[in-house]
Design a binder for this molecule. Structure first.
Ligand SMILES: [Zn+2]
Ligand SMILES: [Zn+2]
Length: 767
């Protein structure tokens, strides 16, 4: 009959619990009320201490481990007492029957009592004794909407059930019998009296040892109703949604560090509010484990006026200059650059894209390390142009940049200046790779214990584990990674916030700042050997703030967080990889010096990888004795000339020097009577025709060919249309372009800086 009933009336198993999010030490960060508005936190088996188990079983059901759900002796006794002696006796209900009653609340009639017994048998059929005890402890009432021993210990005592003293265990074991008259916080004295009655009974029957009980008797019971824990709100909500099937989500967060970080953010944002900067976020990774240890989605979750509930760690924003270190690291690994390689920082046009520096000024020649320290845009775009946009974006996709993965085919050279979408979490995870010798790993949110448990559960269910393979990806060689880390620890840089100029107090970290276009996002991301910290400051509503920068607004927060979370901040931690070497280079180019390169300095390089070319920053030129004329091999006189080595500059550098009135050693004008095809050595434009009018079909516009004859000593040709750079070609290559209507100026320069111009007219007609 039991089996028939068992099928007809299956056991209710879907009790809903309050999800709790705990930190790495088991402290509850956040607890969520159930859908039926109850605080019913799930007590794990390992949270039921032996003392709690013993006290409950002794008090409620001494034969719990011996019966099958109902205790016939107790029932007979209770029946006898109730009917024959007409006095009420409790104790007939086993723990299992109490569970049945808690699952199916009913009036206490004899019929219902039988129903309860059936359910009790059913529960014993379905669950082990430990699970039944667990169910009991999870469902017992504690007054109001508090149910279960875990909710009671957290909300009345601010403790986890496995940290309760014997006095507290005893108190909590008696409250469910009279939850309204024994309300913790209200009736603490009465609870203490009742507790002591039971403690004395424990003493008499030697349930626990004497000293423990005597200690418990003298303990004051000072429970009160605490607010439910609401810490690390953004993180907790995210974890709740991410791991929706878990009741107790044990995370990697460090509650103490979280609190410290929140305080730093709150303090700074109070001062920034006056500048109309209202939101900030921080994200911290422990490098060795890749555990997320702090996660501040916004400086004030409860500030609804400023969208405080937006999770700034996970929001897509423009990264400003924060991707530049990866770019230079990749360029070093490609052999394109070393820290002292000279890059030109002058106005330049890449097929219509003309990057400008942040301060709209240019520096002429700069080294890689200066370009990164000053966060210059032109050198970064030049480097990206050489490396290839796709190589760069592919690397970012490898590093789990999700918006970039989606936008990839639309991204161009501006990506390295922040023309893309990234999150604080993505950027901080990337920087943690710099802290880990160039090895990229994903972050962990769940602590190892939980991870193992989940794996075990999945194994038990014989499901295919959906866990993604742990990707470790060497995104930069340790050598190149070291070089960019050293560049990022360099303190001679403009992105030190004003009041940190006293470098004595600076934490020993590597860091980079960023400010997005329109001053909407201020970033500072830094790391040492232990932690990587990412900070974002801005407005969630997207409003830009003219005076906001990564330097002035995000960096001070970054420094302060490091001071708070990592007090021994004076150690040096960067270690030179063994395959990194040092060599002499020419300071004018950063290349291996030729015998004529006078200024030589030390620089790092990666053997067999770094560019090994001999410096050719000087060109051999034949000039007249008075330095007024230069010659080529065709017009070189038999006497009266000398050989000179003069610096070679690209046309864009020459244009820059000239426009800024910067003096430089020029190659003298070419011999005027030279019979070679070119005059003055400059390229002669052979197409289009100088001074002609070109009629072009409006509907099917043709392209016009650009062609020139260049000097023997030229090797590259640079084309400009209306003074805007169009393209670089080889000496004898031609190219086509689509002209606009009107007067068009074509300029053509060679790599020795000689230039010629022509003008022609374009008219669009219907043909
Ligand atoms: Zn040189
Ligand atoms: Zn000549």
């Amino acid at each position: 009959m039991f089996f028939v009933l068992n099928i007809l009336f299956p056991l209710r198993k879907n009790v809903s619990y309050s999800k709790t999010i705990t930190d790495s030490k088991g402290e509850i960060l956040y607890s969520f009320i159930t859908d039926d508005d109850k605080w019913r936190m799930f007590t794990e088996l390992d949270e039921i201490s032996p003392e709690l188990r013993k006290a409950i079983i002794y008090k409620e059901d001494k034969y719990f481990y011996w019966h099958y759900g109902i205790n016939p002796i107790a029932i007979t006794r209770a029946f006898w007492n109730n009917t024959v002696q007409n006095k009420r006796t409790s104790g007939a209900s086993t723990i299992t029957m109490q569970v049945a009653r808690l699952l199916y609340p009913n009036h206490r009639t004899y019929i219902n009592k039988f129903g309860e017994m059936f359910r009790a048998l059913q529960i014993e059929w379905c669950y082990s004794k430990d699970e039944i005890l667990q169910l009991y402890l999870n469902l017992v009432p504690y007054g109001g909407n508090i149910e279960g021993v875990k909710s009671a210990s957290v909300l009345y005592l601010q403790k986890q059930p496995n940290h309760l003293s014997l006095a507290e265990i005893t108190a909590l074991s008696i409250i469910p019998n009279r939850p309204t008259s024994l309300m913790p916080g209200k009736n603490n004295e009465l609870i203490t009296q009742e507790r002591n009655k039971w403690l004395n009974r424990f003493l008499k029957e030697k349930v626990f040892d004497e000293t423990t009980i005597k200690d418990a008797l003298s303990e004051t019971f000072d429970a009160k109703r605490y607010e439910s824990p609401k810490n690390a709100a953004h993180f907790s909500f995210r974890m709740k949604n991410k791991f929706e099937n878990d009741l107790n989500i044990e995370t990697t967060l460090n509650a103490a560090m979280q609190r410290k970080t929140e305080v730093v953010l709150e303090d700074f944002m109070r001062t920034f509010k006056g500048q109309n900067i209202n939101n900030a976020s921080a994200f911290i990774i422990e490098n060795k484990t890749m555990n997320v240890v702090a996660y501040v989605g916004s400086n004030n979750f409860f500030d609804s006026q400023n969208s405080g509930q937006v999770d700034g760690v996970n929001a897509v924003r423009q990264p400003g200059s924060t991707l530049k270190p990866l770019l230079y690291g990749m360029a070093i690994d490609k052999g394109i650059l070393t820290p002292k390689t000279m890059i030109s920082d002058v106005p330049i046009n890449f097929d219509g894209y003309a990057p400008v520096n942040y301060d709209k000024k240019y520096n002429g020649y700069v080294t890689t390390e200066t370009a990164l320290a000053l966060s210059l845009n032109v050198p970064a775009v030049k480097t990206l142009n050489e490396l290839g946009v796709e190589n760069f974006t592919n690397k970012l996709v490898d590093c789990d940049f999700q918006s970039i993965a989606r936008q990839k085919k639309y991204l161009g050279l501006s990506v390295v200046l922040g023309g893309c979408g990234t999150t604080l979490e993505e950027l901080t995870t990337l920087y943690a790779a710099f802290a880990n010798d160039g090895k990229f790993q994903k972050v962990n949110f769940l602590n190892e214990v939980t991870n193992n448990k989940l794996e075990q559960i999945q194994k038990n269910k014989k499901q295919k584990t959906k866990k993604e393979p742990q990707t470790t990806n060497q995104i930069l060689s340790p050598e190149s990674n070291f070089m960019i880390c050293e560049m990022m620890t360099n303190l001679e840089r403009p992105d030190l916030p004003d009041f940190w100029q006293n470098t004595k107090n600076l934490p020993q970290i590597a860091w980079k700042t960023g400010t997005s276009y329109g001053r909407k996002d201020a970033w500072a991301i830094g790391f040492n050997d232990k932690y990587t910290v990412g900070v974002w400051v801005g407005n969630f509503n997207g409003e830009g703030v003219p005076e906001m920068t990564g330097t002035q607004n995000a960096t001070p927060i970054l420094f302060n967080i490091f001071k708070q979370i990592d007090s021994e901040h004076s150690r040096s931690w960067l270690k030179k990889p063994k395959d990194l070497d040092i060599r002499m280079i020419c300071s004018a180019s950063g290349q291996k010096p030729s015998e004529r390169c006078e200024n030589q300095i030390f620089d790092y390089f990666i053997p067999l990888i770094s560019d090994n070319k001999i410096c050719s920053h000087l060109a051999k030129v034949y000039v007249s004795e008075n330095d007024s004329t230069s010659y080529c091999m065709d017009c070189l006189p038999t006497a009266g000339y000398k050989t000179k080595w003069l610096p070679k500059h690209s046309p864009e550098i020459i244009a820059f020097f000239e426009s800024e009135n910067i003096g430089f050693e020029k190659i003298p004008p070419h011999y005027a009577k030279c019979e070679h095809v070119y005059k003055n050595g400059a390229p002669v434009i052979t197409s289009p025709n100088d001074g002609s009018v070109y009629y072009i079909d409006k509907n099917y516009p043709e392209e016009i060919q650009l062609k020139c004859q260049a000097g023997q000593d030229a090797s590259k040709i640079f084309w400009y249309v209306n003074d805007v750079f169009l393209k670089q070609t080889g000496k004898n290559e031609s190219l086509f372009f689509k002209p606009k209507e009107g007067r068009v100026k074509i300029s053509c320069s060679d790599d020795l800086g000689r230039n010629s111009n022509i003008w022609f007219e374009v008219e669009f007609v219907e043909l």
